[in-house]
Design a protein around this ligand. Structure first.
Ligand SMILES: *Cc1c(COP(=O)(O)O)cnc(C)c1O
Length: 426
């Protein structure tokens, strides 16, 4: 594929061409998953008789918002759940997970993180190691953690032991995606192994999955292996790059109801919440999501294959099975990492002229650099890259609304590194 509208070193273009040929079987695997999930979504839209009337905005209380109800039925169906809460008033992924945890945990209960420390933004929500106002800890919910083993995989023995040791454990938390960590993301099959281990000790414990970045990356979702409840963000995978904000919680009906009572009020639950005209974009985003996730995964495969050829360590590797849309590339030093992010930014459809710089972001111990030129602020289903400036100087890249532009973004990142004289092996 030539790049007539961009100035690219011919050696990079040659490598890109090699990648295209060599990765054809990997791309076709991604396309098969996207095709399967697209059929799943399309058939759900048809079965639930999605209609123009469901796009009509409601205001005020939003009682009887048929569009909102059908949207939630379709989401539940697609994600293999009994019921779902899908709201623009769930403000982000952290909010969705917070509502889910507060929804099902009560004072005296214990939350067990089965896959090590959860994503950064949840530490304040839990409040065990990071005291904060309004945390679960303040409401008398205790916290335990089973770290991942040395390979970054779940410690099944350790999880069983923790469950045996503490009958007050009510919820087991599993994080599907690596987050900003070099551990492997968990496949649905691996999550199934955790569920099986948990059930072998306690059948009544609630298994919760932070599903952020995982939706449609595989044929099935964690609900298929017995997960009770899961949550995610609509400015990641399931919003398809179209939803303007929002989040979802789905799973067992009784648990989703508890979450609805937490999100709105006891008694009102799911019945209230005007959609204000967001239904159309949420329906359309869900419809687009399997395809867009496939494009983001092809962009990730392309980046891994290209940067492996350039001598960098990539996690996952280009040919490895993927459980989410995140690609980590170890840059080993600050300079190439910064150049990479600036290159990604220079290929964005929005704000390409901006140069990202590392800065002291609140809540982080190291400087952080972020590249994002997105139609939706902070959307990471759109091509984006970020990195804390610390060993091993790994950059985390994700998204890409379409592979043609995602590929250009990745090539421009390599070109920027070449221009800065920090690209090895070329
Ligand atoms: C993004 C993410 C979150 C939090 O989502 P926000 O929308 O940023 O609040 C939680 N967990 C994981 C694994 C994530 O990737």
């Amino acid at each position: 594929m030539p790049t007539p509208f961009f100035e690219m070193d011919s050696r990079l273009n040659d490598l890109a061409e090699q990648v295209r040929v060599e990765m054809a079987p990997v791309f076709s695997r991604v396309e098969e998953i996207a095709d399967y999930n697209q059929q799943k979504v399309l058939s759900a839209f048809i079965r639930h008789r999605v209609s123009e009337a469901h796009f009509v905005p409601t205001t005020g209380y939003g009682y009887g918002d048929r569009g909102r109800e059908v949207l939630e039925e379709v989401f539940a169906d697609v994600l293999g759940a009994e019921d779902a809460l899908v709201r623009h008033s769930i403000l982000c992924g952290t909010h969705a997970i917070t509502v889910a945890l507060f929804g099902v945990l009560r004072p005296g209960d214990v939350l067990l993180a089965a896959t090590g420390a959860p994503y950064d933004t949840l530490l304040g929500v839990i409040g065990a190691d990071k005291p904060s106002d309004g945390s679960l800890a303040e409401y008398g919910v205790e916290y335990r953690e089973v770290p991942l083993n040395r390979e970054g995989l779940p410690n099944l023995e350790g999880i069983c032991e923790a469950l045996r040791a503490d009958p007050a454990i009510k919820v087991v938390h599993i994080q599907r995606s690596r987050g900003y960590n070099l551990r492997p993301s968990l496949t649905v099959a691996r999550i199934g192994e955790i569920v099986e281990a948990v059930r072998s000790v306690r059948s009544d414990v609630i298994v919760f999955v932070d599903n952020c970045y995982g939706e449609f990356a595989e044929r099935e979702e964690p609900t298929a292996v017995g997960v009770d409840l899961m949550a995610g963000s609509l400015i990641k995978n399931p919003g398809g790059g179209i939803a303007e904000n929002g989040g979802y919680i789905c799973g067992r009906r009784d648990l989703v109801e508890k979450c609805a009572y937490r999100l709105t009020t006891p008694g009102l639950g799911k019945e209230v919440g005007a959609s204000l005209g967001h239904n159309r974009t949420m329906f359309m985003g869900l419809f687009q999501a399997p395809h867009v996730v496939g494009e983001a995964m092809k962009t990730a495969v392309f980046a891994a294959a290209l940067f492996e050829k350039l001598g960098y360590r990539c996690t996952p590797t280009a040919i490895e099975e993927r459980a989410d849309i995140i690609q980590a590339i170890q840059m080993c030093e600050a300079k190439p990492l910064i150049a990479f992010c600036q290159g990604i930014q220079s290929g964005a459809p929005v704000d390409a002229f901006v140069t990202p710089e590392p800065w002291d972001m609140p809540g982080y111990d190291n400087q952080v650099i972020m590249a994002a030129g997105a139609f939706t602020m902070g959307s990471s289903i759109e091509l984006s890259a970020d990195a804390p400036l610390r060993e091993p100087f790994a950059v985390y890249m994700q998204g890409g609304l379409n592979f043609s532009s995602g590929r250009i973004g990745v090539l421009l990142a390599a070109q920027k590194m070449l221009d800065a004289g920090v690209l090895s092996n070329l």
